[in-house]
Structures are given as C-alpha cells and as structure tokens.
Design a protein around this ligand. Structure first.
Ligand code: ARG
Ligand code: ZN
Length: 875
C-alpha cells in the first residue's frame, strides 16, 4: 500500500510504559511485553486497537492481567486487533516467541556471530512484539533480559542498568535496564553475548558522570580505542558547539559483524556495523579512521537530533538525518581540515545524490509517499538534507542559526516533531520568512544555475546574470524556483576585489540570493576585469553552468581565496574536456592539449606548495571519476568511451608528473610509527595518489614501487594503496600481489572486504569472471551484508564492467538481487539501486538494463523492498 504524508493522523491509542521481559535463546526467544495503554485525547474515542506485527507468533494475551478470550481479538503474524478494547486506560500483556537465528533479514532481534542484537529502525520492533510501531508513540521502557551466562555474559539495553543477578541454578542470569526518556519503539535495542569492552568515565559540561563503553567481539578490544576516543571528542564538541549534554548514566556502543546499514542511534545503546568501530593501523585505513570518527559522532549526535527530538512520522526522516549529517560534517571539519572535508563531502554528494536526482529514483528531501520506508534512507534524505541545513545557516547567518537551534532544542524537546516546527524556530529566530526556502524539502531534482558576467571597462561596472532551472523528476514535471544562496567573489590580479552593489539580491558578505527564475546583479567601482568565483564553498546543492576559459579557471586555481573553488576550478577544466572526449567523434588533440595544461599546472603547484597541505593536494590530483563524467554527459552515455578518455587524461598527467615523483614521494614518506591524525593521513593520501598516477604512466617502475610499499608498509593504508595501484597494471605481478595480500590478511574479514572490492573494481573485461570466482572464496558470503557490498556492490560500481555492452553485468547483479531477496530484502534492494542511472545509457545498454530490471520486476513473491525499487526504476 502507498503511504501518504497527507494521510497522517495521530494514533488513537498511546503507550505510556513498556515492560519487556526477554528470555534469550538461539531459536526460541520468549518476549513478554506489558504495555500500559491509554486513549489518545487527540485520537478517535472508542477506536479499535490495531497493533503492528511482522512474522510474529503469539503465545498469550491478557488485558489487565486476565487472559483474553480468542473471540475478542484477531491475530495474524502481521497484526493483532482488538475491535472493542476498554474505553479507558488498561494494560495489555503479550507473549511472543521468536527465532533470532533464523532472522536473516537483520531486522528486529537477530543473532550475528553468536551475539544477540536488534535493529528496529524503521519498523523492526514489530518483529519482536505487537506494538504501535510508529515514531509518534513514545513510551518509557523497562527491560529485563535473561540468558544463559555462558552464551551471553553481557546483557545490555537502553538507559541505565538497575539490577543484575544470577538465577537459581547458576546457569542463567538476568539484567534490568530502565530508560527514563520516553522514546519511540524504533530506538529500542538489546544486546546479549560474549563481548569484550573498553571503557572510560566522562563528566559532562553540566557535571553529570557517565560511564562510556565500547563492546566488541572477544579478542578485539585493542581495536576499540579509536572509537572510544572519537566518542569522547564528539561529546565534548556537542557541548561546546551546540550546547548539548548527554543525559544518562551510561552510554554503550556495540560492534556487530552482520548489519544492514552503518550504525543505529538506539537511546544509550548505539549498535554499529563493526566496520565503523574496529580500527588499528594494520586492519584499518586512514579512510576507516575518518569514517569511524564521523559515524560515532553521527550516532551520538542523534541523542539530541533524533532521540530527544524525534520524528512525527517517517516522512520527517530528514528532520533527524539531514540535521545529524550536517552536525557530523561540522564535527569532522573542526577535527580535521575544513576545506578538505568540504571537498570530500561534495564529491560524495555529487556521485551519490546528484546521480539519484538525475534518475528514476529521484525524490524530494521530504518524500510525499512511500511503499517501503527502508528504501528512503537515501543520499537525498541524508546528504541533500544536510545541504539544506547548511544553506539555511548561510542564509540567516551563524548567530540566527544558533538561536534557531537553541529554540528548537528548547521547544521541541521530548516531542515527535515536523519539518514545519523545525523551520518555524529559524523563522522566529531570524525574523525571516522561510516559506520559499521550505521548497527545498518538497521539490526533487538538482537545480542548474546558469551564470554569465560582463565587464564594462569604461563604467567600471561588472554585471552578473544568473538564472536557475530544475529538470523534471518522476511525478514532478513542473518545477518552481528555489532559494539559492550563491557565495561569490570577483577575483582580480591581486586577489578579491571589493563588492559594491545596490542590488536587493545582495545580502552582504559575498552572498547573492537567487530566489527567482533569473536576476542580474551589478557591481560598481570594479577596478579591473574580474574572474567570477561563484558558489564558494559549494554554497548550494546545484550545478553551475559558467563558461570560463581554461586560462581563467587555471588563474582561479592559483589565485582564488576560496579553497573549495581552487579545487573546483581544476575539476572543471578536467570535466569539460572529458565530457567532450567521452562523446563520439571527439577530437583527440583537444584532450592532449588540455592534458598538457593540467599537467603543467599540477607540476608547478606540487613543486611550489604541494607539501604545505598534502591532503588538499591529494584532492586536487584526483580527477572527477568516469561516473561523474557520465552524469555530466547525461544521455546516450558510452561508458567505454568515457573511461578511455579518462585513462588517457590520467596517464598524460601522470607522465607530466613523473619527474617529480621520486622527490615528492620521498619527501612525503613517513618518519616514525603510524599515526591516524589528519596531517599524517594527508601525506599518505598524496603519496598514494602519486603512486596511482605512476601506475598508469610508468607501469613497470610503478609495479616495483607497489611491491616495495606492500612489503615495507607498516599500515593498511599504504599496503592497500599498493594493491589498488597494482590493480591498474595487468599481468602476473598483479596476480601475485593479489594472492599475497589475501595470505597476509587471512582471518581479517574487514580487510578482505577491501581486497574483494579492489578486484571487483578492475576496469577490464575479465572482471565479471573474477568476481564470480571470488564468490566461491572462503572470504565471501552472501549472508553477510559487508561481504555483499564489497564484492557485488563494488562490481556494480564498476562503470565499464557493470555496464558491459553485452549486458552480462546487469544479468549477474540482477540474479544476485533475486537470490538475496529471499534472505535479506534490504540488502537486495540497495543493490538493485545500482541500476538507478540506466536511463542515461546509449540505446543498446539501455535496452539490456531495462530487460534485466523487467525480469526482476516480473518475478512473483518479491519483497516489498525490491518490488518498490524495480517498479520505480522502470516507471
Ligand atoms: N538511523 C540510522 C542512522 O542513520 C540508520 C538506520 C537505518 N536502518 C534501516 N534499516 N533503514 O544513523
Ligand atoms: Zn542517522
């Protein structure tokens, strides 16, 4: 059924308290739930009680302690209905029995390598007991857990531990947890298992003592330190920057090895995919250290933006996700390099969200309707949702933004809120009308800003013409103008020129607001012909169409005061030439000429100040990916032609830099033991970026370097970079290093995931066979989401091989989606999302991709998850 935003109405019943008694058993877990029900004054009086379920088995049912006669209720695995419940407060006792070991969907209560754990967002709690499983029903939970001591010496739930003891006989024990904060069911969690932990005491800024702990599989406690350290840092940051203190006596993080997503913000008991917890120099890369820091922060920040203030309904998902992504991005920016973080985030936004917006799965930041909510945990809700918050801050200014956040925390604390309530706080705090701005939540699609400038030398006047448009998206053919904050500067020979204008669109401080289809801004007293630097810091999630010459862009690269636009300027030069070269009938000379210009610019940049900020330099060296070029071309895409042009340009740049390579790599080499900090990581990033270019420009010499670096490397970052560079060099030495890598990391599944992925990404015709062979490797398993994402997800991200001209890539991925759908629909539907860009392909591939999608769509008994993606992708 289609669920619509406009159909929202409050629940007829509320549940004030939940007392859960869970007796853990691998196949027969018993759950007794005691619910205190009360008619909702805002609901329909005398309404029936309809509780949600999902694959549940009811064992007993009682009202106010009295067993219920079967004639007064109906029950199926999906619902428990009492047509005529008491017209007043009453308690309902529900007993269910579950099989956590058989739960391969990884929603509700399941077992992951012998650890009991839960995932209840968005609608997993109904797989544990019958419930009003909707986020606006908030309850105080008390949870008693019981288990065999040998199997589950650790028993955790939300809130604070209030009792624990052995049971008579000594084999079993129990623990009671109480969470005083009312919460929706999706934030419920429990964990039981044999786990090691690291711990630390923390005192909040407002003087509350908190016991922090990170729980991991036995023997892995020495890999939990970074997560704990990140937790302490982000807790302090949230106090300092957002004025938010933690609010329980305990905060626990648990890492499990089978998890559908990244992590989950359950109140006081965050559960993580172990990929985002475990780190030591030998088994985690610099990128892993950074994502662990970011995701630990993300889940912790949800304690206020998500838990204390939750969502009224799932249409408001961006209320917590967009805002919390914004908060974690800001934390990482403060902990590391702000410009480099911004560049990395924009790369992700463009590759994941812009591509989503450009295809059949496009939807607004706040969708209006859904069939399966789990399919809306998307880059649009998360990443574009964060961009909307960032724009709001730019538009109303830092001070008003801070006042708006404070007002939101004060006014909405303890409630299940909406986007309207959120925006209302900022309208009030800033005195600005945000009705037009709110369109960002309703309208899908990536706007394009067309800009052009004219300089009148005699009048010393510079006029900037700006226009916006948004292409149609599914279900939204007519688009309205949105509010686009455009941060800008006019760059002269000696840097930024003063901005003087009487235009209403100019908000001061280098900010022009384009909120109409088009407008012009005239700047006065402009002493010389400037180069416009627009969208500084990527001030809006939009495409910019501004026709600057290569020479002007190269000037911006060296002269712009905005680091983001310095980076962007070279990306723009490369994008333009690759877009041209990736189309049929391209002129090879143009590519060669641009390659010379880029090579020279990069060479002098690296010599002059490449070493002053290596992390930034690494970003500068990394060209837009072939998939970015495909998206820019937008239609009739030939992945092979784009890839060939990309290879040519990268190889030419590598050749131009070859002379500098040994010197630079030498200067960047580490002294001393591995440290994960941003500066050290930046040096490794640049050094390894150079290795990748060398692999294209001088393969034989580079193969030597890869082997040396693999042997000498004392950390996974450098060893994996050696493997990745070697994958660019076909031949026996590559195969030997691949084999050697697997041997070095046998028994390290998270490292072998990277090994699987590196091979899945090889842009050669043999890759499909290689991937099929790897599916038989002991390191692979279709049952583990991380393994699937690494190998099959990696292959689906391989532009040329997934999009093979013979369609074999599509058929392979479609077959796996179908197989996986039977055990884990969420992972299957995510994988099917790899088809999201099929409509932009040339006719042959397009037809084959459509056929593969149609074959999936036509199958009987598909999950709602997969059926929804298949239908929308084909519509
Ligand atoms: N709230 C989690 C986070 O972003 C994501 C959980 C989504 N899980 C799901 N099955 N849809 O931090
Ligand atoms: Zn989140």
């Amino acid at each position: 059924p289609l669920i619509r935003l406009e159909d929202y109405r409050p629940s007829d019943w509320l549940i004030d308290t939940v007392d859960l008694d869970v007796s853990l058993h691998p196949q027969k877990t018993r759950v007794r739930a005691l619910l205190a029900l009360r008619p909702n004054p805002e609901g329909q009086p005398g309404a029936p009680l309809k509780l949600d379920g999902d694959e549940l088995v009811l064992k007993s049912l009682a009202i106010d302690g009295k067993p219920l006669d079967a004639s007064v209720y109906t029950v199926t695995p999906q619902a428990l209905t009492i047509p005529a419940p008491p017209a007043h407060d009453f308690t309902l006792t529900i007993e269910t029995e579950l099989d956590p070991s058989a739960n391969t969907k990884l929603m509700g209560l399941y077992r992951s390598s012998k650890v009991y754990c839960t995932q209840c967002e968005a609608d997993g709690f109904r797989r544990i007991t019958y419930f009003l499983d909707r986020p606006d029903v908030m309850s105080v939970y008390t949870v008693r857990l019981e288990a065999a001591k040998a199997e589950a010496p650790v028993l955790l739930s939300n809130g604070n531990l209030v009792a624990a003891a052995e049971l008579p006989g000594g084999d079993r024990h129990f623990a009671v947890w109480h969470d005083p904060h009312p919460k929706p069911a999706y934030l419920f969690a429990l964990v039981g298992g044999a786990l090691d932990h690291v711990r630390q005491d923390y005192v909040t800024a407002d003087g509350h003592k908190v016991e922090l702990a990170v729980y991991v599989e036995p023997g892995k406690a020495d890999r939990a330190g970074w997560a704990l350290d990140s937790l302490v840092r982000c807790m302090r940051w949230d106090e300092q920057v957002f004025g938010r203190n933690y609010d329980l006596d305990m905060f626990n993080v648990v890492a499990v090895s089978d998890f559908n997503m990244g992590a989950m913000e359950n109140k006081g008991l965050n559960i993580f995919n172990d990929k985002y917890v475990l780190a030591d120099p030998q088994t985690a890369t610099d990128g892993d250290y950074a994502s662990i820091e970011a995701i630990i922060a993300h889940e912790y920040f949800h304690n206020w933006t998500g838990n204390r203030i939750t969502c009224r309904d799932w249409f408001q998902l961006c209320l917590k996700e967009g805002l919390t992504v914004f908060r974690d991005q800001e934390f990482s920016a403060d902990e590391r390099s702000r410009p480099v973080k911004r560049i990395a985030d924009v790369r992700t936004l463009r590759s994941t969200q812009f591509s989503e917006d450009a295809g059949p799965l496009a939807h607004p930041v706040r969708p209006r309707a859904y069939k399966e909510i789990n399919n809306f945990y998307t880059p649009t809700v998360y990443e574009k949702g964060a961009e909307v918050i960032r724009m709001l801050k730019v538009l109303i200014g830092d001070d008003a933004f801070k006042r708006g956040m404070d007002l939101y925390f004060e006014r909405c604390d303890g409630t299940a809120a909406t986007i309207e309530e959120f925006l209302g706080c900022f309208a009030e705090a800033s005195g600005q009308n945000l009705d037009h701005f709110a369109r960002w939540y309703e309208q899908a699609g990536t706007p394009t800003i067309v800009a052009s400038g004219r300089y009148d030398a005699a009048a010393k006047r510079y006029t900037l013409d700006l226009a916006q448009s948004t292409p149609p998206t599914p279900g939204q053919t007519e688009k309205q103008p949105v509010v686009l904050p455009i941060k800008l500067g006019l760059v002269g020979a000696k840097g930024d020129l003063p901005l003087k204008t009487t235009s209403n669109a100019y908000a001061g401080d280098g900010l022009v607001v384009l909120d109409q289809p088009s407008l012009s801004v005239t700047f006065e007293d402009v002493a010389e012909a400037p180069i416009p630097s627009l969208m500084r810091g990527f001030s809006a999630p939009a495409r910019l169409d501004l026709d600057l010459s290569d020479a002007d862009l190269l000037r911006l690269f060296s002269a712009d005061s905005d680091s983001f636009n310095r980076w962007q300027s070279l990306q723009s030069v490369a994008t333009r030439v690759l877009v041209a070269a990736g189309k049929p009938g391209a002129d090879a000379d143009v590519l060669a000429a641009t390659a010379d210009k880029l090579g020279e610019a990069l060479r002098s940049f690296l010599k002059a100040d490449g070493l002053s900020d290596p992390a930034f330099a690494a970003q500068v060296l990394r060209l837009p990916a072939p998939a970015d070029i495909a998206r820019e071309i937008g239609g009739d895409v030939d992945p092979d032609a784009i890839f060939a042009a990309h290879r040519k340009l990268s190889t030419a740049i590598g050749t131009a830099l070859l002379g500098e390579l040994p010197g630079l790599r030498g200067a960047l080499a580490a002294s001393g033991a591995y440290r994960p900090d941003a500066a050290s990581a930046g040096r490794r990033a640049l050094r390894n970026e150079l290795l990748g270019l060398a692999a294209l420009a001088a393969p034989t010499e580079a193969a030597d370097l890869c082997e040396e670096q693999f042997v000498a490397g004392d950390n996974l970052t450098d060893r994996l970079a050696a493997l990745a560079a070697m994958t660019l060099i076909p031949g026996e030495r590559r195969e030997a290093l691949i084999a050697r890598f697997a041997k070095s990391y046998a028994g390290e599944p998270l490292v072998l995931d990277k090994w699987l992925m590196a091979q899945a990404l090889i842009a050669e015709p043999g890759t499909l066979e290689r991937v099929k062979t790897l599916m038989q490797h002991p390191a692979f398993s279709l049952g583990n989401p991380n393994r699937v994402r690494a190998l099959i997800g990696g292959f689906a991200a391989n532009l040329t091989q997934f999009n093979r001209a013979d369609g074999a890539g599509y058929d392979f991925v479609a077959d796996i989606v179908v197989a996986l759908d039977k055990t884990n629909p969420q992972v299957a539907s995510r994988l099917l999302g790899s088809f999201k860009s099929w409509r932009m392909l040339e006719p042959g591939r397009k037809r084959l991709a459509r056929e593969a999608l149609s074959t999936v769509a036509a199958l009987p008994n598909l999950s709602r998850d997969v059926a929804d993606i298949a239908e929308r992708a084909l519509a």
